[in-house]
Ligand binder design. Structure first.
Ligand SMILES: [Mn+2]
Length: 422
């Protein structure tokens, strides 16, 4: 016998944070939550699932009528193919008119919201206990009222909860793993937390995660849990099956000190190709973040639009329909010069460095911390010298910039002006 456990489909809600980027495939992205639901219907048919439980937030709220109709069609398709569907309302669809307007579908059951209820399918040897949300904010522990386990059946508890609390999720229907285990059920089908988590194996207590990542905070594969059962027991280990249509990733690439910007772009491209290879049929939305110190910073800083273009072009070449850079964040800094390099300079920076570094009894390698210390000393030195002797040609504003970071700002920004400074 097969049970499929889904939650948090959030039908009718757009994926978040994409308004700034008009290069994205808007239609495919808009349809992604519904497409994941259709894939769930295909999965139910492929596995000849006996029961599908949906642990809340099928709808994101009051979706439009078209979404409701499409959802009803998918539910009908699932039921017609012989899979029983049992749902509860979560915080997002507690008030939803969508669920009330759904046409009666043979094989679809909603558990009550005013008390815990049980649906039994004795021919399948399964009893599903659960209670939905009657208001978006359910703050009491509703598990304590759930019915006693039915002897000999597979008892499934259906609940929308973040248990004792989960980051980024409101603390609804609070309860502990021990509260759940105490009911004596064999499987707890939870919803609400969008990240897949197996909280316990004895009994099984699982958040399957949502079926479609909703924004860049929800990276990685998304889907449902497939459970095989018989004789009142879960057989083997529940299996996660991916259903997402659009997959979010974050790619953080650290600059290497002497790597030219062209090589950096190529390296980012290789990593993007790896991401695409993990899900060839999907739309990948990738947040790229370049960080760290290196010579590539100078090029990026001088013409960020050009290198953003280069990255977008690389993405296009990797997969014209399947890879988009949701956002490119440039958070790089100039490469740090080494000690000798700094001391050998013949401009004012060299003079400042000799003044500062010669006073340093321990010639340590210059890392970011050492430069921060140098930066501070430079400020003191400048105050002591009245600024004029070391940096005669720098304006007050330039001196302020120089103080921000001796090397990062001052050295690189003023290197081109060395003649002036000298
Ligand atoms: Mn929820």
């Amino acid at each position: 016998m097969i049970l499929i456990h889904a939650a948090d489909l959030h039908l009718g809600s757009p994926l978040g944070g994409l308004d700034h980027n008009d290069q994205l495939p808007a239609r495919r992205i808009r349809q992604a939550p519904m497409r994941a639901f259709e894939r769930l219907a295909e999965l139910c048919a492929d596995r000849a699932a006996d029961v599908l439980v949906i642990a809340g937030d099928l709808f994101d709220g009051d979706a439009d009528l078209a979404t409701m109709r499409e959802a009803a069609q998918v539910l009908e398709r699932i039921c017609r193919a012989g899979t029983k569907v049992v749902t509860i309302r979560g915080n997002h669809d507690a008030d939803s008119r969508m669920l009330r307007r759904l046409p009666a579908i043979d094989g679809l059951e909603q558990l009550p919201t005013d008390r815990a209820g049980t649906v039994r399918f004795d021919e399948l040897g399964i009893a599903i206990h659960g209670r939905g949300f009657d208001t978006p904010r359910v703050l009491e522990n509703i598990v304590l009222d759930y019915a006693d386990a039915v002897d000999g059946a597979l008892n499934v508890g259906l609940l929308h909860t973040s248990l004792a609390g989960a980051p980024g999720h409101s603390p609804y229907a609070p309860c502990t793993v021990a509260d759940l285990a105490a009911r004596g059920y064999q499987y707890w089908a939870l919803g609400h937390v969008h990240k897949r988590q197996v909280h316990s194996e004895q009994p099984w207590i699982i958040h399957p995660g949502n079926t479609q990542g909703r924004d860049v905070g929800e990276t990685g594969a998304r889907g449902v849990t497939v459970v095989e059962f018989g004789d009142g027991q879960v057989l083997g280990t529940p299996e996660h099956v991916d259903l997402d249509e659009v997959r979010w990733s974050r790619l953080r690439v650290e600059l290497e000190a002497d790597e030219p910007v062209e090589d950096l772009i190529e390296r980012v491209g290789e990593q993007l190709a790896t991401i695409v290879a993990r899900g060839a049929d999907l739309v990948h939305l990738v947040r790229v973040e370049l960080v760290g110190r290196g010579v590539a910073h100078d090029a990026l800083d001088a013409d960020p639009a050009r290198w953003r273009d280069a990255l977008n072009t690389a993405a296009l070449e990797i997969s014209p329909e399947g890879l988009y850079l949701e956002r490119i964040k440039l958070r790089t800094s100039p490469r740090l010069p080494d000690r000798e390099e700094l001391l050998a300079r013949e401009d004012f920076v060299g003079a400042a460095a000799r003044e500062l570094l010669d006073a340093d009894p321990e010639p340590t390698p210059l890392d970011a911390d050492a430069f921060a210390a140098l930066d501070k000393k430079l400020g003191q030195l400048q105050v002591a010298a009245g600024g004029a002797e070391l940096m005669p040609a720098l304006s007050a504003e330039e001196l302020a910039q120089a103080r921000e970071s001796l090397v990062g700002r001052l050295l690189v920004a003023h290197a081109q002006d060395a003649e002036v400074v000298r």
